[in-house]
Write a protein that binds this ligand. Structure first.
Ligand code: SF4
Length: 100
């Protein structure tokens, strides 16, 4: 880890990410452009299964909630985070679900 990485990690407190079970599986955690609702559901089910065995699940969920992240984090979808009171600025997944 170089100095810039070290300083960034200290400021954002995201060192827990190194222990995530989702390394190399980004395609399961973030949608493609114009993802269909049925595809999103299947993708998020697969992501959920990965998160269930992850040792940093709570840190991940809290990070996403605190930082208004998009995508699937800590076993929680955008929709679930939004419903739990952690609002997204432009909740794309939430809007897609409401209009389908
Ligand atoms: S809880 Fe899920 S999204 Fe978060 S680091 Fe673990 S596997 Fe990745």
């Amino acid at each position: 880890m170089d100095l810039v990485d070290f300083i960034t990690r200290e400021l954002t407190d995201d060192a827990w990410m190194d222990d995530g079970a989702c390394k190399g599986l980004t395609h399961l955690f973030f949608p493609t452009a114009a993802e269909r609702p049925q595809t999103r559901e299947l993708r998020e089910q697969a992501a959920q299964r990965v998160c269930e065995g992850c040792m940093v699940r709570v840190q991940c969920r809290d990070f996403a909630r605190d930082n208004h992240e998009y995508g699937f984090w800590g076993g929680e979808s955008e929709h679930e985070r939004h419903a739990a009171g952690f609002r997204l600025i432009a909740p794309i997944g939430v809007r897609a679900r409401q209009s389908s």
